[in-house]
Design a protein around this ligand. Structure first.
Ligand code: N01
Length: 545
């Protein structure tokens, strides 16, 4: 379908972001004859995989599963070189998709959307970009990703540091030669844990500043074998269908047995087997690891024991052993030789609970009176997750209501897709949906399909606006929290809880009820004529029957 604007300056949909959400949205909007403009602040497609180019960046969902399923030809033709893909391969795939469906011509790169205001009179959105352009659109779709707003902590003195400063989530687009350099890495989440082993091999000396140690499971990554690829490709469509109704949107071996029903020997054997297989499937060893603290303790202790075995210096091993939160309640890390790295001569660990960072100096860092000198400081300090990239755009809904104010106590959505008083604003994998607790690409596809089905429904019924009913939104917000409260997740100071950002409301943001369960809820909502939403035909409200 050719790209034709409705009339000068006005389109059916404005999409923010050209990551995996934005690309698929554009494909579907075009396929169904909706005009659109896609704005991307980066210089090319790929979203999170465009920005996160740090050494060692890799996906922790298996390649055969972390990819689009919407086109059988696409999934048959693409070859993944490894079981867990490295960032350059995932970015190459995003580029392939953009080329294959000729998407780039409708994406405007290096353009940031700054403001979006709902116009009561025209019943449409007015979008403003950093280039000063204003665009009117019926639908406004945020495809900005969940972990896209990189955070550097507010440590005094950073601006005076004379060396190089990097953030893993905003990595330069060129090779950096660390070979003669003394470098610091601050932060040991997934990004730190992936980059530290690679940086340690490159740098003269590496000092790791750790606030909270993390549980990490070896990825046991390996080259893709022809047999494994064939196994998937011979049966891709039915495997994808099965994935759509699983708890995490991926096929994993989940043991439906409590850790406490097994005896000690069986438990140890089970954990050992999962450790050898590698990856996040470790958490599927028993069915109650994320709901029962006693069960969780057994899985946590197994990993601590592994750390003690791997790390030669017992003092460092203890420092690297997480003890303050249950395994899995912060995003589990998947590594390639992380703990082993601390046996290297050129690697040092600083526990900032014992040695608090006081300030950054012109030559390095001062922690508890000790001066450390560095040529480069790398912040692996994470993101303002789930809401950060939404708030980067000033969004004003009905009666000039600001989204940031409405969400000042935490995000409020219906199904993680829409929020009341902001008609025709959709969020792909928004807070309150499985999003980061799932195989993201499967969740993106489900949300984009939902949005397009809604747009088609509205076109067929000559409806102008869609918006959640406040009572459905309130019920959904409560449901998201009540499901989370039945788990151990609220016990950790995680970014899922907003705890990594000073002043951010503390509540569990993604929906943890399961990808399959969530999909069934969405299907039921649609089957009941968009239950919980209300529509407007010009100025007349119509509640879903
Ligand atoms: O960020 P994080 P990330 N002083 O927030 C520390 C996805 N991802 O970029 O734990 C000192 O997890 C902070 O300490 P603490 C994945 O979903 C996926 O690593 O808050 N330290 C923590 O150690 C992941 O979960 C992949 O006490 C400070 C670290 O910085 C998410 O992105 C790869 C600090 C931040 O860890 C985010 O991961 C990479 C301060 N002021 C990322 N502030 C894969 O697919 C923060 N820290 C594999």
């Amino acid at each position: 379908m050719p790209f034709t604007k409705k009339k000068t300056g006005e389109v059916d949909a404005v999409v923010v972001g050209a990551g995996f959400s934005g690309l698929y949205l554009l494909y579907k909007l075009r396929q169904h004859g909706f005009t659109s403009r896609v704005f991307e602040r980066g210089g090319d497609v790929g979203g999170t995989w465009y920005w996160n180019r740090y050494p060692g960046a890799r996906c922790d969902v298996e390649s055969m599963q972390y990819s689009y399923s919407f086109d059988e030809e696409l999934q048959q033709e693409w070859h993944w070189p490894e079981k867990f893909s490295a960032q350059p391969d995932i970015l190459a795939y995003a580029n392939h998709v953009a080329d294959r469906y000729d998407l780039r011509k409708d994406i405007e790169f290096n353009v940031e959307v700054k403001k979006a205001s709902f116009n009561e009179k025209s019943r449409s959105w007015q979008i403003e970009t950093d280039k000063g352009e204003k665009i009117a659109t019926q639908y406004f779709i945020m495809a900005t990703g969940c972990i896209s707003t990189a955070q550097i902590p507010n440590i005094p003195g950073l601006e005076g540091f004379k060396g190089e400063v990097y953030h893993t989530g905003n990595w330069p687009h060129k090779e950096i030669d660390f070979s003669s350099k003394r470098i610091a890495v601050v932060g040991v989440g997934s990004s730190g844990i992936q980059s530290i082993p690679v940086l340690a091999e490159q740098a003269r000396h590496l000092t790791v500043f750790q606030r909270t140690p993390n549980y990490s499971i070896p990825s046991q990554n390996e080259p893709m074998t022809a047999d494994y690829e064939k196994l998937w490709k011979s049966d891709y469509a039915s495997r994808r269908e099965e994935m759509r109704y699983t708890p995490h949107g991926s096929l994993k071996d989940l043991n439906d047995k409590s850790a406490l029903s097994a005896n000690e020997e069986e438990r140890q054997l089970t954990y050992q087997k999962r450790w050898e297989i590698g990856g996040a499937g470790y958490l599927g060893a028993f069915n109650d690891l994320l709901t029962n603290i006693e069960s969780n303790d057994t899985a946590s202790e197994f990993v601590r024991e592994k750390i003690r075995e791997i790390v030669k210096d017992p003092v460092i091993a203890e420092k690297l052993s997480p003890k303050t939160y249950p395994i899995g309640t912060k995003r589990i890390c998947i590594d390639s030789g992380y703990f082993e790295t601390f046996n290297r001569e050129n690697v040092e660990l600083v526990d900032i609970n014992e040695m608090p960072i006081e300030k950054i100096t012109s030559t390095g860092l001062l922690a508890a009176g000790t001066t450390y000198c560095f040529d480069a400081i790398i912040f692996a300090t994470g993101f303002d997750a789930m809401t950060g990239s939404i708030f980067n755009v000033e969004i004003n809904g009905r009666d000039k209501k600001r989204l940031k104010e409405k969400w000042s106590g935490g995000p409020r959505t219906y199904l993680g897709l829409m929020t009341e008083a902001f008609p025709n604003l959709f969020m792909i994998t928004g807070p309150g949906s499985p999003s980061v607790k799932s195989n993201m690409i499967m969740s993106i596809e489900q949300h984009v399909d939902f949005v397009l089905d809604s747009l088609i429904y509205m076109r067929n019924h000559e409806l102008k606006l869609i918006e959640p009913q406040i009572k459905s939104e309130n019920r959904w917000v409560e449901h998201v929290q009540s499901v989370a409260n039945q788990t151990l997740f609220p016990r950790a100071n995680s970014w899922y809880m907003g705890a990594n950002m000073p002043g951010k409301p503390r509540l569990f943001m993604p929906y943890i009820g399961g990808v399959g369960q969530y999909r069934r809820i969405c299907e039921e909502v649609v089957a009941k004529g968009y239950d919980g939403f209300k529509f407007e035909v010009n100025n007349t409200q119509v509640a879903a029957e």
